[in-house]
Design a protein around this ligand. Structure first.
Ligand SMILES: NC(=O)c1ccc[n+]([C@@H]2O[C@H](COP(=O)([O-])OP(=O)(O)OC[C@H]3O[C@@H](n4cnc5c(N)ncnc54)[C@H](OP(=O)(O)O)[C@@H]3O)[C@@H](O)[C@H]2O)c1
Length: 286
């Protein structure tokens, strides 16, 4: 295969779908990993139509389940002998969620989907990435973390088995962990020439119809927030820049904002003792 291959998780909506359109339009082969066949197929057709590319493929992937991630990576390995870009875009954050949801495999869904699974999927696809001449891994975090400088990953109870569940805490903890994982992985893979960078996503317009459970008040809050939010397509430009721009080949271990500028994450996430603690915890799930 001569085309570069880009794998994007959760690309049936929002930023991931727009990134798939932009990257496919640049001539990449694109795999979208989506958990719902119907939503995935609708998005696949839209991505193909807008990007004017036939080189887009849907492979089913539920990022809350290790079994699904294993099957996804096996399917890719059967078809492709190299991967160039892996974008860990999929995440769950439903502000209406009141209590913890445990997957059929026994893990808390947000911790699993947003943090552990990207780590697991990376591990499974590393051999393919190593075969690229410019391999890139992108993780996705949130600018919302700026509003909670005291938040830490709960090293004892990250799945709220004993503590009271709070969806905000669960989500932002997973996004902290992703930034720390990015720094750690970039260092681990430096000798292999694999770039690993994180993206700091600010408020981006979300499709409220995707969250039917929210109250009218929260719907109003979302609508107000939306006025100050950028579009998914505008945000996806940073995904595309980091995934495809030849000028940043070799840049690794950095955190980028929506203007493609390097930004600093907070003190907690930059401290190597904290990073090593989070990685030690993460490895228990692999
Ligand atoms: N929008 C913002 O303001 C904002 C701010 C900060 C960070 N972010 C981050 O930006 C990224 C993209 O978010 P977005 O705004 O584009 O939201 P979105 O439209 O809700 O996209 C999230 C995608 O993840 C998928 N997903 C969720 N759970 C999954 C699972 N178990 N397996 C596979 N796919 C799954 C969703 O698929 P389904 O259709 O099946 O649910 C959806 O396609 C996320 O990492 C998010 O945390 C967004």
């Amino acid at each position: 295969m001569t085309k570069k291959l880009c794998i994007i998780t959760g690309a049936n909506s929002g930023i991931g779908k727009q990134a798939a359109i932009q990257i496919a339009a640049q001539g990449y082969q694109v795999i979208i990993g989506c958990r719902n066949k119907e939503r995935g197929e609708v998005a696949l057709n839209e991505i193909k139509e807008i990007s004017k590319s036939g080189n887009v493929e849907l492979i089913l992937l539920d990022m809350s389940l290790k079994s699904s991630i294993l099957s996804f990576s096996n399917t890719i390995k059967e078809k492709y002998d190299k991967a160039d870009v892996l974008i860990h875009n999929a995440a769950v954050f439903d502000i209406a969620q009141k209590s913890s949801i445990v997957t059929s495999e026994g893990y808390e869904t947000i911790w699993m989907t947003n943090h552990i699974s990207p780590v697991y999927l990376t591990d499974l696809l590393l051999d393919l990435l190593r075969k690229s001449d410019d391999p890139r891994i992108l993780t996705v975090s949130s600018k919302g973390l700026l509003a909670m400088p005291m938040l830490k990953v709960d090293l004892v109870d990250p799945e709220f088995k004993t503590g009271k569940f709070a969806v905000n805490k669960a989500y932002y903890q997973s996004k902290l962990a992703q930034v720390m994982y990015t720094y750690w992985l970039a260092r681990e893979l430096k000798a292999d020439g694999i770039s690993v960078n994180a993206i700091r996503v600010p408020a981006v317009q979300v499709d409220i119809s995707r969250h039917p459970g929210i109250s009218p008040f929260m719907k109003w809050v979302y609508q107000q927030k939306s006025k100050k939010s950028i579009t998914p397509s505008r945000m996806a430009e940073t995904y595309t820049f980091l995934a495809t721009n030849p000028g940043i080949k070799g840049v690794s271990g950095k955190y980028f904002d929506e203007n493609n500028q390097e930004v600093k994450s907070n003190k907690y996430t930059s401290n190597w003792d904290n990073i090593n603690d989070v990685i030690k915890l993460t490895k228990k799930y692999l």
